[in-house]
Design a protein around this ligand. Sequence first.
Ligand code: SF4
Length: 384
Amino acid sequence: MSSIETVKPVVTTKPSTRQACISKQMIIPAKYAQMTADEISRQIQDKKQQFGDELVILAHHYQKSEIIPFADYVGDSLQLAKSAAANRAAKHIIFCGVHFMAETADMLTTADQKVYLPDAMAGCSMADMANLAQLERAWQLLEATYVEPVIPVTYINSTAEVKAFVGDHNGVIVTSSNAEMILKRVFAQHQRVLFLPDQHLGRNTAFQLGIPLAEMAIWNPKKDQLLPHDSNQDPQNLKVILWKGRCCVHQQYTVDQIAQLRQQIPDLKVIVHPECPIEVVQASDFYGSTKKIIDVVAASPAHTKWAIGTDNNLVNRMIRDLPDHDIVSIDPTAFSCITMNRIRLAHLLWTLEEIENGSTLQQITVDKATQISSLKALDRMLEM
Ligand code: SF4
């Protein structure tokens, strides 16, 4: 058995599109701070009318509630990117979400459709936990360790460069809705996967498919090291190698919070997102993607008591929009996605004015080669 730490890896120097975006150093002009919320809202509305069908505004489910009324579509990242692609008349697509979402939209839309992210700093902290250089190093070490091919499986919450690498290495993209089905298909043909960047989605999904924790290990990209479940674990017996990434929002929910709520609220049903740690998912009644959480709760009989473990911007809107249901957040004090919440009404107006002036300051582009490779991984997902 070859050791997993014996190969000296080669490091890529290619800058990421995320770095390129941040280096634009976009700072919102001070004039917007002098405007009232009403003035900003009015001007956004006027500009939306001026642009007409040439503009589409997308908002992720976790976006601030002040943005939602201006969105043409509200949804999860892939659903929104597909909506943008379906609106061929829309030359300008403003994605009120995070960087990888705007990248995905750019990859799925045509060359004459431009995608904009209102704040360059709105990245996904989870996606940023896996960069191409780290992945290339991990890959070299894994290739030296295993004779059989390891299949890279990346969550859609990853950078375009990571998706491209996965596409070029026979891998596939998953979403939180289809991760279980896709992993099952992958395991029908292959014996080992590298799942990135979210260890929790990978662990929860593999566990649900009957793979014991003892056959999973964590890859620490900062130390280029495999962290086994226990010291006797033989790397050759591993089926799932989980990248050490996580979502700062979903890791806030705990088993103790759920236990306390169950004590306080009889007949409580608990539903959480699979980006939560496995103990939290196991302590819940249901788990699933953001869309599944919305659908399951909305379809439940009136007065069903729910505790929800996902971003509180969404949970608070569900409390407001589903008054016949008794909904609480597992932790009402938990913070919402910090980076996504950088986008405020003022950023939306600023973006509209920049577009009007012909500026590409907030535009997100994925180069052709990265796009072609990424789409290989996306197409494999769609084929499955
Ligand atoms: S909620 Fe988590 S996974 Fe989603 S964009 Fe924010 S940090 Fe990324």
